[in-house]
Design a protein around this ligand. Structure first.
Ligand code: SAH
Length: 374
């Protein structure tokens, strides 16, 4: 029998596992404590298990970890980027963000990846340029948080918020996303409250409906980026499959079910989606929803010729949207040494297929910062 990866099991599955080796269910709770609060990766350290049980576990189970390949810290120490290597040699990145609002509370937000690459092919996004390689497994999603938590715990800091806005489309990896949320939320483990978890999606309508049915008070962020089907389909191919009318209808369902305000991200790209009429269309589109619009001037990406509009245009766009009674924020990068968009660190790594040289500029998902801070 192949060894069982205990980090890929939900709490109830862990209980079954312990029963299957002739142990009591409560052993599962002990294991969750060891793994998710003491970062254990070796059964021999688990002193509340008998020696026989420790040996049995070592023979039949594993506790794999993501390998930290590179950690980069922005000049203001507000942002830390982590590059992790997966067991098959692929890599994913995660970002830890700290905001003034959180300083003094030792609370930070982790921006987590859910896939290696992405199939959605949004024209402005670096993550999808090489297509989708594979979904992350549940434990590979959770372990990003766990490894970051382990790294910052000695400083007295803790991951308090999660945004699923790293590489990949979270709802395209629905089963593992939901499992990972259950594990992150577990009361004996990392204990991250559902209200502190945000899922960002390019708009997979059936999966948004499914997520609404989970009945969790998760925060939902929609990457809108276009105020009409013509503009949106041009920059986000997914819109051809799930046009705005369907997307907005399911957003309403989600809001009615959860009672939560929705976040709409809107990247502004010069002369693509930033016209005055686009701002009016956006204002009209969101009537009837309780929403916040995050306006994000485009982060320039290699391989895409789109440009960021002038700050004047950005402010004008925001002013019009707010005329419709919609709250909005504008977010720029968090530091001058941080540029580019998500997915770039991983791409640089893949191109070299060697450890990153130190001093490689780190990137930040600006949109993630916007959602995390509100
Ligand atoms: N697939 C999910 C989450 C990952 S992307 C989604 O689409 O929401 C996280 C956010 O970064 C999305 O809003 C995405 O549209 C945005 N983003 C991607 N490329 C960007 C760029 N070049 N500049 C600014 N934001 C970008």
């Amino acid at each position: 029998m192949p060894a069982t990866n205990l980090k890929d099991l939900l709490p109830e599955e862990l209980e079954h596992y312990f029963e299957s080796i002739g142990e009591k269910k409560f052993r599962a709770r002990q294991l969750i404590k060891w793994v998710y609060t003491r970062y254990a990766d070796d059964f021999s350290t688990m002193t509340d298990y008998s020696k026989a049980l420790r040996t049995r576990l070592a023979e039949t189970a594993t506790l794999p970890q993501l390998k930290l390949v590179e950690r980069q810290v922005s000049a203001e120490s507000q942002t830390e980027k982590y590059l992790f290597q997966l067991p098959d040699g692929q890599a994913v990145e995660s970002v830890l963000m700290k905001f003034e609002e959180h300083l003094g509370f030792e609370r930070a937000t982790a921006c987590i990846s859910t896939q290696v690459g992405c199939a959605m092919d949004c024209v402005f996004c670096a993550s999808g340029q090489a297509g989708l390689l594979r979904n992350l497994k549940t434990w590979e999603i959770v372990d990003q948080v766990l490894q970051i938590q382990k790294a910052i715990a000695p400083r007295g800091e803790r991951v308090a918020n999660i945004v699923f806005m790293g590489i990949g489309e979270p709802l395209a990896n629905y089963t593992n996303l939901v499992k990972s949320i259950k594990l992150l939320n577990h009361g004996e483990g990392l204990q991250i409250g559902m209200r502190h978890i945000a899922v960002s999606t390019c708009g997979l309508v059936p999966q948004i409906r499914k997520l609404a049915q989970e009945n969790w008070p998760l925060r939902l962020a929609i990457s809108l980026h276009g105020p009409n089907d013509e503009v949106r389909s041009r920059i986000m191919p997914i819109n051809v499959k799930y046009p705005l009318a369907d997307l907005l209808a399911v957003c309403k369902e989600y809001q009615d079910g959860t009672g939560r305000r929705l976040t709409f991200e809107y990247i502004l790209i010069d002369e693509v989606n930033d016209a005055t009429e686009h701002a009016h269309q956006l204002g009209q589109l969101l009537q009837g929803l309780h929403s916040l619009v995050n306006i994000i001037p485009l982060n320039p990406v290699e391989g895409y010729e789109g440009r960021r509009p002038s700050m004047n245009k950005v402010r004008n766009f925001q002013r019009i949207v707010e005329q419709y009674g919609i709250k909005s924020t504008v977010r720029q990068e968090m530091g001058t040494d941080i540029d580019a968009a998500c997915g770039q660190l991983r791409r640089a790594h893949a191109e070299k297929s060697a450890p990153l040289p130190t001093g490689t500029r780190i990137s930040l998902t600006t949109a993630a910062a916007a959602v995390a801070i509100e």
